[in-house]
Write a protein that binds this ligand. Structure first.
Ligand SMILES: [Zn+2]
Length: 131
């Protein structure tokens, strides 16, 4: 059975990822999707669509090779050790930014206040003030 591209109207003009090339694209009013019988596999971008179905295998193959390289790069990372602030610290910073937004969003002092906010983050995170 061959895989089929179906065209349907799209309700939303949102970003989507192409299952063939892996690139992100904006949906227009027409959505092209790839199907294996009743199973929807993914969106097809307009660049891939224009190239035609004869190009689909090589587009997909190139995409798979990129994903394998990415997976190899990620695999190297899990052998490393990790450092991360606590969730409590994250929430503390989020409260700080909520207050900041209420006070300064849309105000003339926003840029200056933002520099101070960045400094406050560094204080809380015990990071050096290098700039
Ligand atoms: Zn594509």
């Amino acid at each position: 059975m061959s895989l089929k591209v179906k065209l349907r109207p799209s309700k939303y003009r949102t970003r989507a990822d192409c299952i063939l090339c892996g690139e992100e694209f904006m949906l227009s009013g027409v959505r092209a999707t790839l199907w294996d019988e009743k199973e929807r596999i993914g969106n097809v971008c307009y660049e891939c669509f224009k190239k035609g179905s004869n190009e689909f295998p090589s587009l997909l193959q190139a995409h798979v090779q990129r994903l394998r390289r990415e997976a190899d790069d990620l695999e190297k990372l899990f052998k490393r050790s990790f450092e991360c602030p606590t969730w409590e610290t994250f929430q503390e910073l989020e409260k700080l930014t909520d207050l900041f937004d209420k006070q300064f969003y849309g105000s003339e002092d926003y840029e200056d206040a933002f520099v101070q906010l960045e400094q406050k983050f560094k204080e809380i995170l015990h990071e050096p003030k290098e700039d």
